[in-house]
Ligand binder design. Structure first.
Ligand code: NAD
Length: 353
């Protein structure tokens, strides 16, 4: 397994491999960049096939957090951690305490929070060993409503650009993962804005009830790509824009909450070729991380959060302007702007040192 030569290494500042024989902890903490502040990103626990798979996952996620945080203009860097879920029975409390000690060893370069497979209670256990955790119970709470608000603003921008519509009334929007934490709040915003909704979720009773409540059309989870809608909002899984789905899309824009919507970077160009506008996921789904800032300092209050969500809207407009004028896919332009901003922050930091 290569590390420095890994295709997703992307100049990471630090990668910590933490091994604790007593508790069975095998974790990787990746700090992509601290140029603009301490790295923040959640901890994911997953049954990885091997450490190579875990490393690939953490490096990609960590780079993504750097890009998301800098595009939201937060005083943060980007990082992420993964725990290789031990096979069989294990002491979860002891495991997360050991994980806390691993975070602590980085002395505040990296703050962790929950992600897939990790609960706020797990993070509380890590908290016994380190102050460098956020998203605890009693803190800023569920980030999903704020994420949904940001995605809603992103969809407004997409509708303006792709459809020439200054409001969403009558705009046909297909939401995948409609009853999820983010999806459900997003559906409420879209419904209030008068959108004509098409909803899909694997949770059939919940999505039927939601569709009935908001007067939406219920769509089979496997048919959501085929809907004759204006906008597709993926709010469930990653990699949903892929070679099997792209030719089924009838929409003019894709804008949703899910992380890593494009299966490959090239899918951005494929969307562009088909005249489908793409709102890069990490630009419009940053509401949750914006909200979590309140755990670091009370000055990042609800008013500050609202202001930041507006910045997110203007950042998306900047990405789309540049994509149009340079004739490049929006995801490629967003990555480029993120890298430019990180390089600028690194230069400033070096000058100040
Ligand atoms: P969630 O698990 O609450 O919601 C996902 C929803 O998708 C569930 O209702 C699930 O039933 C549904 N689903 C799963 N597979 C599906 C399929 N094949 N077809 C249709 N529906 C399916 O998760 P969430 O917190 O709402 O997050 C949704 C997405 O947004 C994830 O990709 C997540 O990484 C991303 N995201 C979330 C936040 C946040 O604040 N929660 C922030 C940034 C990004």
């Amino acid at each position: 397994m290569s590390v420095f030569e890994h295709k997703s290494f992307d100049n990471h500042e630090k990668v910590l491999f933490a091994n604790d024989e007593k508790t069975g902890l095998k974790a990787i903490i990746a700090v992509h960049s601290t140029a603009n502040g301490p790295a923040i990103g959640g901890c994911r626990m997953w049954s990885y096939a091997d450490s190579a798979e875990a490393l690939t996952d953490v490096l990609r996620l960590s780079q993504g957090m750097s890009y998301k945080n800098i595009m939201a203009d937060l005083p943060l860097g980007g990082g992420k951690s993964v725990i290789m879920k031990p096979a069989g029975e294990f002491d979860r409390t002891a495991l997360f305490e050991a994980f806390g000690r691993a975070i602590d060893a980085l002395g505040g370069l990296y703050y962790s929070a929950e992600d897939v497979g990790v609960s706020p209670a797990d993070i509380l256990n890590a908290r016994r060993e380190t102050p460098y955790v956020v998203g605890l119970p009693g803190g800023t709470g569920d980030p999903s409503p704020v994420t949904a608000k940001g995605v809603f603003l992103g969809i407004q921008v997409a509708a303006e650009r792709a459809l020439g519509k200054s409001d969403l009334s009558g705009v046909k929007i297909a939401v995948q993962g409609a009853t999820g934490h983010v999806g459900a709040y997003l559906v409420d915003h879209l419904h209030k804005a008068g959108a004509d909704l098409f909803l899909a979720d694997i949770n059939e009773p919940a999505v039927s009830e939601l569709a009935r409540r908001v007067g939406a059309t219920l769509v089979d989870k496997d048919r959501i790509y085929d809907v004759e809608a204006d906008i597709f909002a993926p709010c469930a899984l990653g990699s949903v824009i892929n070679e099997n789905t792209i030719d089924r899309l009838k929409v003019k824009a894709v804008a949703g909450a899910a992380n890593n919507q494009l299966a490959t970077r090239e899918m951005g160009a494929e969307l562009q070729k088909r005249g489908i506008l793409y709102a890069p996921d990490y630009v419009i789904n940053a509401g949750g991380i914006i909200n979590i800032m309140g755990d670091l300092d009370p000055k990042f209050d609800a008013r500050w959060v609202e202001g930041k969500l507006k910045v997110l809207k203007s950042t998306l407009a900047e990405v789309m302007d540049r994509a149009e004028s340079e004739g490049k896919p929006a995801n490629v332009v967003a990555d480029k702007i993120a890298r430019e901003r990180i390089a600028e922050a690194a230069e400033k930091k070096a000058k100040a040192a």
